[in-house]
Design a protein around this ligand. Sequence first.
Ligand SMILES: Nc1nc2c(ncn2[C@@H]2O[C@H](COP(=O)(O)OP(=O)(O)OP(=O)(O)O)[C@@H](O)[C@H]2O)c(=O)[nH]1
Ligand SMILES: [Mg+2]
Length: 307
Amino acid sequence: MAEAESKHKEKSAAPFRSGYIAIIGRPNVGKSTLLNQILGEKVAIVSPRPQTTRNRITGIRTTETSQIVFLDTPGIHQGHSIINRRLVDTALQTLDEVDGVVWVLDAHDRIKQEEERIAETLTGVETPVLILINKIDLVSKGKLLPLMERCAQLLPGKEIVPVSALKGDGVPILLDIVEKWLAEGEPFFTGGEYTDQTERFLASEIVREKVFNLTRQEIPYGVAVTIDEFTEKEEKNLIVISATIHTERDSHKGILIGKRGAMLKEIGQQAREELEKIFACRVFLELFIRVDANWTLNPNLLTEMGL
Ligand SMILES: Nc1nc2c(ncn2[C@@H]2O[C@H](COP(=O)(O)OP(=O)(O)OP(=O)(O)O)[C@@H](O)[C@H]2O)c(=O)[nH]1
Ligand SMILES: [Mg+2]
């Protein structure tokens, strides 16, 4: 009897689903915040400045019924430099490889030319698309309705979901919708991981995030971070990391070091504290600064950084 019952259960249980979902949108609308909120873990760095994300970041959400692999992408914008073109290419190439697209807009900002271009691009895409209006914690309900109507005009016939990626409101609705888009299939990742990024890459990103949050104007955009050493000393519950901050100009180097080294110390301290939380162990972090006038123009170096 028990056996018959369990067989019945197996038969009626929904099949496991798995697939890839791209998170796209203009810079700064909250794509990376959304990914972190969905996972309940920090895998993507976030800053109040546009063009924070430079690589395609994977976030894996596995439940009893499905595995959704989210791809957070660099913000889509107009830019003619090599690095900007690569960022946008990374985002757009993703569209062809996924089972669904979540297009994020900022409720707190007006619809810009970038949104019109994204809508145009998505019109020709066969993949299912969901329009996500983010940052609803910043606007009144009265403002939301006209924005939803405008979205419906931009890209007719798509579901529109208002959310706050920061607070989590509306996120379960989004998850329900995208889960239905997935095909039946085995999970792609079976190790219980929530990202496929290496710890090394995450360490470089956390340092870059602190630079984005602590420095001004064009400085963060001229910065890249590479990891020279990443050594786990298990017996001491310690990770030793040595990283280089590449910057384009001598004057930027001075600012990154700060008065008597105060800025570099602050970047290092904030990065170390966060990495200790993420890796759940002590971290020894050593930072170096190197002036490399052409790093953003050097295709080989960009490739080395995964760009
Ligand atoms: N109030 C509020 N702020 C948000 C919300 N979502 C994101 N933000 C803020 O918006 C800013 C940009 O967030 P990111 O997640 O870095 O945006 P992004 O779309 O990944 O940006 P790029 O990587 O530059 O394309 C940060 O300051 C976030 O804290 C939200 O729901 N509410
Ligand atoms: Mg981002």
